[in-house]
Design a protein around this ligand. Sequence first.
Ligand code: 9D3
Length: 230
Amino acid sequence: MRIDVVTLFPEMFEPVLGASIIGRARQRGVVRLACVNPRDYARDRRRTVDDRPFGGGAGMVLKPGPLYEAISSVRGPKSRVIFLSPQGPRFDAAAARRLARLEHMVLVCGHYEGVDERLLRYCDEELSVGDFVLTGGELPAMMVVDAVTRLLPGALKKPEASARESFEGGVLEHPQYTRPRHWRGRRVPQALLSGDHGRIARWRELASLRTTRRKRPDLSEDSKGKTQDA
Ligand code: 9D3
């Protein structure tokens, strides 16, 4: 997959998306990531990308021109252009799976000041990452790149790791433990040390349902009945 990020702050991306699993996926060629800066498409000598709002008011508005030119420089017939915006529908696991099937994704980052409304005509969809106010679309864009890239074939060392996951099955994963067996007065649950694969599987299933009911009762109505029996 190819991902282009339209951003006034390209330097924010490399430290985050160059590390760990996403950095490795990029090195392996699973995903090709590049940034394009609308400032490079500003036509005036001062390379202006924002201006005062018509109608008055505090703050500035991103001019449509430089953003449009930046998008146009990377967009092709198979591109999907996504505008990160607090007004969009929520980005979630289902959206990540849908986007992971694309050939080319263009993520457009706005900024606190907001963008000229006419630019939205040149975007295919809007996505928000939650109901809170950030200073720009850069962190949301990184979240989308991260969540989508890890789903691409070859991104994870164990392909099955992304198959059954929290949120999509409606239950959270079971708790995990590692050595030492005894730490600060707390023991690892006996079932996990038993070596009995059937017992371990049953413990995990039950722990999964209990964890979901306790931490995220909103996720699954199913998990309620099942834990009550046990
Ligand atoms: C004065 C600007 N605000 C008026 C309500 C609108 C505004 C526009 C852009 C507020 C914040 C931002 C910057 N945020 C994003 O670009 C953004 C975002 C977010 O703030 N929260 C959750 N998801 C996203 S995706 C992009």
